[in-house]
Ligand binder design. Sequence first.
Ligand code: ZN
Length: 163
Amino acid sequence: MKISKNSVVSFHYRLWDSSAEQAVELESSYTGDASLYLHGYGNILPALEEAMLDREVGDVFSAELTAEKAYGLRRDNWEQRVPIKHLLGNKKPKMGQVVHINTDQGQKQATVIKVGLKNVDVDANHPLAGKSIQFDIEILSVREATASEIDHGHAHGPGGHQH
Ligand code: ZN
């Protein structure tokens, strides 16, 4: 079965920062659960979703994404002051730490550049902004989505939404 709209796909990945002279591994799913997503609903990066189309179980491939197609270009002087209580985890962060912030548009990652008493100043660029990245993908399973998955717009099960 080939991946198309309304496929639920389970896959393992390694994510590399390919903008460095020697690629640096950033993340790997092989240390835990495989990832699970519903194809065609923007649940993963659009360029990665495009690279997944028509693949099938057992396929192993790499998708190289330019910064524009990954997490966007880096904006200069994009600083924001954030109340510490708006940080996920709600603990006092350290300089240089990547924090998760609750915003109107959902969760966002940013890097702490100054720590105050009640606020932190963050560089609001995604930590991977301005970097080209590469995914090494292994497709583990492909199945039809259930009606409730299509209704919710996401996959259900380990590695996906569990509710
Ligand atoms: Zn759901």
